[in-house]
Design a binder for this molecule. Structure first.
Ligand SMILES: NC(=O)C1=CN([C@@H]2O[C@H](COP(=O)(O)OP(=O)(O)OC[C@H]3O[C@@H](n4cnc5c(N)ncnc54)[C@H](O)[C@@H]3O)[C@@H](O)[C@H]2O)C=CC1
Ligand SMILES: O=C(O)CCC(=O)C(=O)O
Length: 527
């Protein structure tokens, strides 16, 4: 499939009239063909108009048709073949195996949402039948279902060019909810975005859906994104990226005459707590495993373990020695963009020159665009006194905070901002200590894990990839897993509507065969 550099607006592919830009080969910094042209305000307007036009038809597609559409998108992505992986490797600098795995995750995610749609449970159908005889007042017939919120703007992430981009988790969950999507391609991988966008476009056509169900807009700057979020037809936003970008979109969305929700996944340093018995028994092993997680994908994961908390002592020394030894042998790896590499180097330099911080280890030095791993340490007092030490350094850098005792670990956790994940390394003798930390962690993070690291999010029904601000803009939700669909739904009640006018999910005969809540109790279809 040739990459043309066009915007995909409904069923059309049209060259933008805005500024031109080229993708950059991550490893060399060289420009790649072809030239892309940014969408114009008229393109944004048309994509939003088509999305609004498609909305009422698309949101009432049958559950089976919508599920088949999601599966068709998955098949179309696979149908691109190796060309997708090759282009994505060039644009992102990520290795083949990682991108093949990420493609599998993207396709699996779409198929999982197809299953969620077929199941129909997300509609949360509730029926409170009328009670005309109730005293002192009769009760009306009340029924509730969830409906799609409207067209959703999705911002692809730089660090997951497939699973968190054009047809990634935000798009899959929005389409599953019944929302048309207008995607804004990340300028770090426009060719990958176009290939995936064309696959979605083809699936829309193949399934006979209105063309406005999906559009894809290009821009190397921020004006298309700003226009998209400001457009009155956009009803919600999905975003993964920097805190600055996410906050800018939150502000743009809040400043509209009709504000809309922004679901932004932003920064996180993902504390890892090493508890004493585990540290004593296997500190070195944990250190080696940590070095692997830290440097995965050149550290460009928002789940990257950026902060280690432990009580000082021989166990922690063993961890540090083993982690440092492993890191000094790890090759530097190409980062996603020159900008991200520059930001990483600046973050590392700030830690290196901070008088309260000691450099424990650096990975092997690399080429111009390669990130060199870094491990630092500081004391709890210094960490608590300097808020810059708690800022995300996006890449393979981490800070060990030496604590006096468990109470100090708890005090540090209490002071952290919201996080996506927290990991506890523990043995049975650490259970009491862990029990004391769990309430703090529950308040601070979206996912708590034991004897592992947060990198590599499982896509499933019980996953939360979210967390309190600034990990995300709205800690009540997740951007990964089936619960993500709820970001793009809202409940509507139907009072005393005749059966003929009720949506199928709520009709007396329950034609969709849904589990429903009748008077608050779960009732099986046919019961
Ligand atoms: N925590 C995380 O998951 C991630 C964090 N980052 C951090 O973000 C930095 C920059 O990386 P990017 O991927 O380029 O993220 P970014 O936040 O700068 O950009 C992401 C997307 O949002 C758009 N955007 C950004 N600011 C905007 C604004 N004010 N108005 C409208 N649209 C806007 C961009 O055009 C792009 O499409 C990295 O160096 C890293 O520090 C990046 C990726 C993931
Ligand atoms: O660790 C993962 O699998 C996902 C990480 C993520 O969501 C991100 O880096 O943006």
């Amino acid at each position: 499939m040739p990459i043309t550099g066009e915007n995909l607006i409904g069923a059309a592919a049209r060259r933008g009239g805005g500024e031109t830009f080229r993708a950059v080969e991550a490893a060399t910094g060289n420009s790649l063909e072809p030239a892309f042209a940014a969408a114009t305000p008229a393109d944004v307007d048309q994509a939003c108009a088509l999305a609004a036009e498609a909305f009422d038809t698309y949101r009432e597609t049958s559950l089976e048709d919508r599920a088949r559409f999601l599966e068709a998108v998955a098949e179309a992505i696979l149908g691109i073949g190796d060309e997708l992986i090759v282009r994505c490797m060039a644009e992102s600098g990520l290795p083949r195996a990682r991108l093949e795995g990420e493609r599998g995750r993207t396709v699996g995610q779409l198929k999982m949402f197809a299953g969620v749609v077929r199941d129909g449970g997300f509609l949360e159908a509730r029926v409170d039948p009328a009670q005309p005889e109730r005293k002192p007042l009769p009760r009306p017939d009340l029924r509730l279902r969830q409906i799609a919120v409207g067209p959703v703007a999705v911002f692809g992430a730089s660090n997951f060019p497939l699973a968190f981009s054009v047809a990634g988790g935000d798009t899959a969950s929005a389409l599953a909810a019944g929302c048309p999507v207008v995607a804004k391609a990340h300028p770090a991988h426009p060719g990958t975005s176009e290939l995936v966008g064309r696959a979605v476009q083809a699936a829309v056509k193949q399934c006979g859906l209105p063309e406005g169900v999906f559009s894809l807009l290009m821009d190397a700057g921020i004006s298309v994104g700003q226009a998209l979020v400001a457009d009155p037809r956009i009803a919600a936003v999905g975003f993964t990226g920097s805190r600055r970008g996410g906050v800018a979109l939150m502000q743009a969305a809040a400043a509209r005459p009709v504000p809309i929700p922004v679901y932004a996944e932003m920064s996180s340093i993902n504390p890892v707590v090493l508890l004493p018995a585990a540290l004593e028994a296997r500190g070195r092993d944990i250190g080696r495993a940590f070095a692997g997680s830290l440097t995965l994908g050149s550290g460009q994961f928002c789940t990257n373990p950026g902060l280690i908390l432990a009580v000082e002592g021989a166990g922690l020394d063993g961890f540090v020695e083993a982690a440092s030894a492993a890191l000094t042998e790890i090759q530097a790896a190409t980062m996603l963009t020159p900008g991200i590499h520059k930001a990483y180097c600046a973050g590392v330099a700030a830690l290196e020159t901070n008088p309260a911080v000691t450099t424990l280890a650096r990975g092997l030095a690399g080429g111009t665009h390669q990130g060199q791993a870094a491990l630092f340490s500081t004391t709890a007092d210094a960490f608590l006194a300097d808020h810059t030490l708690a800022e995300e350094v996006f890449g393979a850098a981490s800070l060990v905070v030496r604590c006096r005792d468990l109470a100090t670990i708890k005090a540090v956790l209490e002071r952290l901002e919201g996080q996506l994940t927290a990991a506890l390394h523990l043995d049975e003798a650490d259970h009491d200590a862990a029990r004391a930390l769990l309430p703090v962690l529950e308040r601070r993070v979206g996912r708590i894990l034991v004897n592992g690291f947060g990198t590599g999010v499982e896509v499933g029904h019980a996953m939360v990839h979210g967390g309190p601000y600034p990990a995300t803009s709205d800690g009540r939700t997740t951007s990964v897993g089936s619960l993500a669909i709820h970001r793009f739904l809202r409940p509507v009640s139907y009072q005393d509507l005749p059966d003929a006018l009720l949506p199928a999910a709520l009709k007396d005969a329950n034609p969709l065969k849904l589990w429903r809540r009748q008077d608050g109790k779960a009732v099986a279809p046919g019961a």
